[in-house]
Design a protein around this ligand. Structure first.
Ligand code: PAF
Length: 297
């Protein structure tokens, strides 16, 4: 695997693949790679001609400095994992390479970014994400870029961005990778104490509680949300939000008639965790753009 640090080196490394019309895949990451990232890299390896992984801890998407400072950094470990998963190229730029002196442009997606994670983390969060993702797409010019469905709102926002700016790239969201006990993989899980780690299982259990209600025939969003909240309360967790929304627009829905996205955020101790599930009632038409999720039998 080749490691490059500048945009010029990245473009030079990708040029022969573009000329040979290989499908160029980009997996954007901020490092601290876990099985969730590795599944994206492996998927790209299996489906694309060349696999570039970006490793850039983007300061502009952190509204709390302490969060940025606590973020685990270990390039050597990340590089070894990316290579073992099948990456051909690691793009690990400096902050100055991405944001050179005089940098003055930002990319903002309105509306979709104002609720849920945008409301909780401040407008800088998504502005930072959309600006850096636009930059990474312009730097690498990939054919396809892979994201994890765990950050469901991020995926919806990036799809909007790509559509609005006519960026010639396919955005693919791959299913959330979970620990054997159901907890969604996240670099934040390492910050949980043993007791908190155990209590955090209430989060996937809350999604399951809503899913089971759908299987039993429930369609009212308020009841499905209540089922999730009750499961969290049973473990002493007060959610920041639990909401059933349209998977494309993130607008709240009252009744589940097609696919619905159940989004959830909660603090367990000091660690803020997010998760989501796509709920599809039996007999509902397939979503226009299927999101990976469990179809309910
Ligand atoms: O999901 C992430 O890790 C980041 O938000 C991303 C997409 C790499 C942008 O910094």
């Amino acid at each position: 695997m080749m490691v490059v640090r500048t945009v010029a080196e990245l473009r030079a490394a990708l040029r022969p693949h573009r000329t040979a019309q290989h499908s160029i895949a980009l997996v954007p990451t901020m490092g601290a790679l876990h099985e969730g990232h590795l599944s994206l890299i492996r998927h790209a390896r299996a489906h694309d001609g060349v696999v570039a992984v970006s490793l850039f801890l983007n300061p502009s998407q952190f509204n709390e400095r302490s969060d940025l400072e606590r973020y685990p950094r270990n390039e050597r470990r990340d590089a070894a994992l990316a290579e073992a998963a099948g990456a051909d190229l690691l793009f690990a730029p400096s902050v100055e390479e991405v944001y050179p002196p005089g940098f003055a442009t930002s990319v903002e997606v309105l509306g979709l970014t104002e609720r849920f994670e945008g409301a909780a983390r401040g407008s800088e969060h998504f502005r930072g994400v959309t600006t850096v993702v636009t930059k990474l797409l312009c730097m690498a010019l990939p054919d396809v870029t892979y994201f994890g469905q765990k950050d469901a709102q991020q995926v919806v926002v990036i799809r909007r961005l790509v559509e609005d700016l006519n960026l010639p790239v396919r955005i693919e969201a791959l299913p959330t990778v979970r620990e054997p006990d159901g907890l969604a993989m996240s670099s934040r899980n390492a910050l949980l104490s043993a007791e908190e780690r155990h209590r955090a299982l209430a989060i996937p259990a809350a999604l399951d509680a809503a899913r089971e209600r759908v299987i039993a025939g429930e369609r009212a969003a308020s009841t499905l949300v209540e089922a999730g909240v009750a499961r969290l309360h049973a473990s002493g967790i007060e959610p920041e939000y639990v909401s059933l929304v349209d998977p494309d627009t993130l607008e709240p829905i009252d009744t589940l008639t097609g696919a619905g996205l159940l989004v959830l955020a909660a603090r367990v101790g000091h660690v803020r965790l997010i998760d989501n599930a796509v709920l599809v009632p039996q007999g509902a038409p397939n979503p226009r753009r299927p999101l990976p999720g469990k179809a309910l039998a």
